[in-house]
Design a protein around this ligand. Structure first.
Ligand code: GLN
Length: 379
């Protein structure tokens, strides 16, 4: 079997879903909602099931989907995005990130990854033949040290991967931090591959700033995102890349041979979501702000320590009072004996960190209360 697959394990996030299911635990490990997508999207799905399309869409994405996406993102990113030349629709941002890596990196090229990081980036770099250079984000605020970051840029990397808002920490990079990253990327002539799937899940006073919207950055940014979290359709596997034409030309080739295209009827139905007005995104933020409040209040009542997320829907919780030296064993125990599924923090860190677990709160209130009731048994 191939050597390149021996350097990474299966996804621990998705393994924890299997373990949670095995013990009938409330699964707060892999981040996905247990509530329905918006009704207009479901109605459009029903219509598409009768009227199609049921055959391949054009490889880089259905025309109406790309047009609706270009309109929405042009509004948000403050520049006019060309739906013909600057977009590829992918099977989730998982494919978008992998295609972006294969588009820019040759085997042996270095890629900067902040640690902690969403675990796919480790496997993505290995599968594309790239070599990660890890730069720590220092707790509790998960800030980077500019000297440490510049030291990584001095090693001649091809790209930096930026997850903003960040999974698993919930960090939202502010303008000043993004300007530092942008200046370094320009100084060392480096691409930035962004993962912005939580772009609409940001808690006030924090705000999401698209790296590609900063001066001189569209040219070198490969913006990856997804409809999964914004419209609660993680199983539809709809994502995309936005970048300049020269990069998209190559990404289209990679995408074509990886997957041919995202599911045509699902693109048709999801186009309705892309056409929603600004109120939808305000309501989404309110919806998750309330869930965050409920969940953090519950953790406070139990007496668990955590870093407050500024965006996304994850909380990193300190379980060191429970002498949880082996966080994977602790999470397995938690699923079996407490009945709550969590992700061991070590899967996200390059450094030796074993005292954190990640829980998510993208669930109905009743599910969150049930999980909090169970976690209260930890006392
Ligand atoms: N982003 C989600 C998480 O971190 C899961 C994504 C996935 O499993 N593809 O839990």
């Amino acid at each position: 079997l191939s050597n390149r697959t021996s350097d990474f394990t299966d996804s621990v996030i998705r393994r924890m879903t299997r373990i949670s299911n095995q013990y009938n635990a409330v699964n707060l490990s892999q981040g996905f909602p247990d509530f329905d997508p918006p009704k207009p999207i479901l109605d459009a799905l029903e219509k598409a099931s009768h009227q199609g399309p049921h055959q391949y869409s054009i490889t880089c994405g259905a025309q109406n989907f790309r047009e609706a996406l270009a309109q929405k993102q042009s509004r948000l990113m403050g520049r006019s995005i060309n739906p013909e030349t600057e977009i590829v629709v992918t099977c989730g941002s998982t494919e978008a990130m992998m295609a972006a890596m294969m588009t820019v990196a040759n085997p042996g090229d270095k890629v900067i990854v902040f640690s902690p990081f969403y675990e796919n980036y480790g496997a993505d770099t290995i599968l594309s033949g790239a070599v990660p250079i890890y730069v720590p984000l220092h707790p509790p605020a998960f800030n980077f040290n500019t000297d440490e970051l510049e030291a990584a840029f001095k090693q001649d990397p091809k790209a930096l991967i930026l997850c903003n808002p960040s999974n698993p920490t919930g960090k939202v990079f502010n303008r000043e931090e993004l300007m530092i990253i942008a200046d370094l990327a320009k100084k060392y002539d480096t691409y930035v591959i962004t993962d912005e799937v939580y772009e609409h899940i940001v808690y006030q006073p924090h705000e999401h700033i698209y790296l590609a919207s900063l001066p001189g950055m569209f040219e070198r940014t490969i913006s990856c995102s997804s409809l999964s979290k914004t419209y609660s359709i993680t199983g539809w596997r709809l994502g995309y890349i936005i970048a300049p034409e020269t990069i998209i030309d190559v990404a289209k080739k990679v995408h074509d041979f990886l997957t041919v295209g995202a599911a045509a009827p699902l693109q048709e139905a999801a186009t309705v979501g892309l056409q929603f007005g600004d109120d939808y995104y305000l309501d989404l933020r309110k919806h998750y702000t309330a869930k965050r409040q409920l969940f953090l209040n519950g953790l406070d009542d139990i007496g668990l320590g955590y870093s407050t997320p500024q965006g996304a829907y994850y909380v990193m919780i300190d379980v060191s009072p429970y002498k949880a030296d082996d966080d994977l064993a602790f999470c397995t125990w938690l699923a079996e004996h407490v009945g709550v599924g969590a992700v061991p923090g070590s899967t996200f860190f390059r450094e030796d960190v074993n005292h954190l677990i990640r829980l998510h709160f993208a669930k109905k209130e009743a599910t969150l209360y049930e999980a909090l009731n169970r976690l209260a048994d930890l006392k």
